[in-house]
Design a protein around this ligand. Structure first.
Ligand SMILES: NC(=O)c1ccc[n+]([C@@H]2O[C@H](COP(=O)([O-])OP(=O)(O)OC[C@H]3O[C@@H](n4cnc5c(N)ncnc54)[C@H](OP(=O)(O)O)[C@@H]3O)[C@@H](O)[C@H]2O)c1
Length: 261
């Protein structure tokens, strides 16, 4: 099974923060975090360049660390089938379907209103349907909840979601050739450490947060003595009014499967 190309997009302060404080989700914006304005053109251009069939987001964009959602209703009957991939083949054939809004949520923490179902489309994201990445450790109640809400999901890994396995399933089962990851913090860090990232785009905002606990770019474990920083090659640099700078990098050595270096 081949896996898709993974392109990461981040909006970061000059010191690498992804938001203004540990408890400040940007889902609905934040007055202290400057809106890119004209510079949001960067993300539009990245979408045009790569035509991703899937957007990839972490659960941290929707719920704070440690925040508990109320448990879904208990499951009755046979639970074993819940751990089979749940794909709803009619979704991709619907008129106006653009792609999958894929969210890693192995802990089953996020409750969904905007699923992409008719009448439940996120404003501005019409045509993108939710798909959740889970693992064999995800509570069965959550998988039953996703089925009830008509949300497709893939099961990859036995502990945390196996990101490489999930990407391979996205390619093999849904034909996804390019994934645009817009969660460049812990999810971006896990993808990078696993050698799964092909391209990194950072839109640098003209602010400094100056923090130690605020989510930041590519958070991961510290490097072991025999581990090296990931080397990048600059592809392009573009500045926008207001002091925004978009840097586009290729990850050295990253080759999409099926391509030659
Ligand atoms: N400025 C920006 O561009 C930008 C973009 C997006 C979000 N944000 C902000 O950034 C903050 C969230 O960032 P964050 O770093 O805390 O969250 P995050 O990037 O969403 O990272 C957590 C996600 O990564 C997954 N993950 C982490 N390590 C993993 C591993 N080793 N294997 C498999 N999955 C792994 C987690 O899976 P499980 O759920 O299964 O544990 C979870 O889905 C929020 O404030 C949000 O508003 C900023």
């Amino acid at each position: 099974m081949e896996r898709p190309r993974v392109v990461v997009y981040a909006e970061a302060s000059v010191d690498g923060c992804l938001t203004v404080a540990p408890d400040a989700l940007l889902l609905f914006g934040n007055d202290r975090w400057p809106c890119p304005g004209d510079a949001s053109e960067a993300l539009a251009q990245i979408r045009t360049i790569h035509s991703p069939q899937a957007m990839l987001e972490g659960s941290g964009s929707f719920v704070l660390p440690g925040a508990a959602s109320g448990p879904p209703p208990p499951v009755e009957g046979d639970r074993s089938r819940l751990y089979e991939d749940h794909l709803l083949n009619d979704i991709a054939r619907r008129p106006g379907f653009l792609g999958w809004f894929v969210v890693v949520d192995g802990g089953g923490r996020v409750r969904w209103y905007y699923t992409g179902e008719p009448g439940r489309e996120a404003p501005g994201s019409e045509g993108w349907h939710l798909l959740v990445l889970t693992s064999r450790s995800t509570p069965p109640e959550y998988l039953a909840y996703l089925r009830k809400e008509h949300v497709p999901y893939l099961v990859a890994g036995s502990g945390r979601v196996d990101l490489e396995g999930a990407l391979r399933k996205l390619r093999a089962l849904l034909g996804v050739e390019c994934v645009l990851c817009t969660s460049p913090g812990k999810l971006g860090g896990a993808l990078l450490r696993a050698g799964l990232v092909h391209e990194i785009n950072v839109l640098w905002l003209p602010i400094v947060v100056g923090a130690t606990k605020t989510p930041s770019l590519f958070e991961s474990s510290d490097l072991e003595p025999d581990e090296w920083p990931t080397k990048l090659s600059l592809v392009s640099c573009k500045t926008f009014s207001g002091g925004y700078t978009w840097l586009r990098y290729h990850v050295d050595g990253a080759v999409a499967e099926g391509e030659s270096a």
